[in-house]
Design a protein around this ligand. Structure first.
Ligand SMILES: Cc1cc2nc3c(=O)[nH]c(=O)nc-3n(C[C@H](O)[C@H](O)[C@H](O)COP(=O)(O)OP(=O)(O)OC[C@H]3O[C@@H](n4cnc5c(N)ncnc54)[C@H](O)[C@@H]3O)c2cc1C
Length: 378
């Protein structure tokens, strides 16, 4: 053993997971449930406060997010949405932590003629994709959600698009992993990955039967897989809170072209989110905050009465086709690139990657195979 690459004593784990966001934690938990010995390396603490999972709004919204160019993602999202109730229940039982799963449904609203035409096109698209939604007159939308402004022009209702609290999910996953016997290593920044193990930034080598790369928007910064096409997409977001004793502002997730409001059980409302290509920058800007509040205030005026609890920014892990990378590439297992839908896609990702790690057929759609980018990933 060279001093530059010390290897710790002890048995080699079956699996090392790189990254302790929602995806890495859930994969580790599921792999452990399959009887595998698992070590997870997170460069920060656990839960991780820099992870996108710490910032995410928590919408579980395959229907509202549906895009004609992303049919495979829609199918995967619907599959994962169906898994969420049991996943949340199992996680709550394993950890004793309420993960804030809410069957609230989603309202998509328009405030002017252009947006109403956009909503019409979105309704027709969903009919064509086989996931019809209910068109609502403005009066019907306001009966469902009285906080909506009288001025809204049209709306549709996606009754099965729900929400969860991603911070609570990550806290619960940390506890569930600990209780299940996953070895959680914090302050363990992974410099490089290879088929037989990983090397930490301090030179320590951690051998492993299989390596799973789940480092979110930072996945391409880990050495060993040249050309890995995951890039950060910045999102700014606000947490707003009703005063003590005041009724919650919203019952449903409310979305519009360019933003959304997500109610939490504790009376908080999450207002998001910008979409910005600014590399690894996570500063909160006056313009970002202004645009979020301006649009939300037009559609749900009561938002402007809430207390501002926090303003933050996170990095979505995006791929060139907005679909995740799921499966082996150069004998390293990838579970990254979930972009806008990583929270939604967590249960299906963890189940499928857990199956793959147990050497069974995970049944992953080739649309998510890393090999689709073989030309750029040298
Ligand atoms: C503003 C915003 C709103 C969002 N809203 C939603 C939503 O409503 N619904 C939804 O489904 N999705 C949403 N998303 C997307 C979702 O947050 C992400 O897709 C998901 O959190 C990705 O999870 P992850 O575990 O892959 O990455 P992350 O949560 O980013 O975790 C990656 C982890 O890897 C660690 N790491 C990085 N490099 C290393 C290294 N070298 N060594 C060790 N550890 C490392 C990081 O410290 C981090 O903890 C949102 C994202 C943003 C930014």
């Amino acid at each position: 053993m060279s001093s530059a690459s010390p290897t710790p004593a002890g048995p080699t784990p079956d699996v090392v997971v790189v990254g302790g966001g929602i995806v890495g934690l859930a994969v580790a938990w599921r792999a452990r449930a399959r009887g595998l010995s698992v070590t997870l390396c997170e460069r920060g603490g656990l839960p991780s406060y820099v992870a996108a999972s710490h910032v995410a709004a928590g919408m579980l919204a395959p229907v509202a997010e549906a895009d004609a160019q992303e049919r495979a993602v829609l199918t995967l999202g619907l599959d994962s949405a169906v898994r969420w109730p049991a996943f949340a229940q199992e996680l709550q039982e394993a950890s004793g932590i309420d993960v804030g799963y809410r069957t609230c449904g989603t309202l998509v609203v328009a405030r002017d003629r252009d947006e109403a035409e956009h909503v019409d096109r979105e309704i027709r698209l969903r009919e064509a994709l086989g996931v019809p939604v209910a068109r609502l007159l403005p009066s019907a939308a306001r009966r469902l959600e009285p906080a909506l402004a009288p001025a809204i022009r049209s709306a549709f209702h996606a009754p099965a698009d729900h929400a969860v609290d991603p911070r609570a999910v990550c806290e619960a996953l940390v506890v569930a992993c600990e209780r299940a016997g996953v070895v959680l290593r914090t302050g363990a920044s992974v410099a490089s990955v290879a088929p037989g193990g990983i090397t930490l930034a301090d030179g320590e080598r951690v051998p492993a039967g299989r390596v799973v790369l789940a480092a979110g928007a930072w996945s391409a910064r880990v050495e060993g897989l040249p050309g890995l096409c995951v890039r950060p997409v910045k999102g700014q977001l606000l947490r707003l809170k009703a005063r003590a004793g005041e009724a919650p502002l919203l019952d449903h997730v409310v979305r519009w072209d360019g933003g959304y409001l997500v109610p939490r059980a504790d009376g908080c409302v999450v207002l998001g989110a910008t979409m910005e290509d600014r590399g690894y920058d996570t500063t909160v800007t006056a313009l970002g905050v202004y645009e979020l509040l301006r649009d939300a205030g037009e559609l749900v005026p009561g938002v402007l009465e809430l207390d501002l609890e926090a303003a933050m920014a996170g990095l979505r892990p995006a791929t060139p086709d907005n679909a995740p990378l799921l499966g082996a590439w150069q004998d390293v297992v990838l579970a990254c690139g979930h972009h806008r839908n990583g929270v939604l896609l967590t249960p299906v990702t963890a189940d499928r990657i857990g199956t793959l790690l147990a050497n069974e057929d995970p049944g992953i759609d080739p649309a998510f195979a890393p090999s689709r980018f073989a030309k750029v990933m040298a």
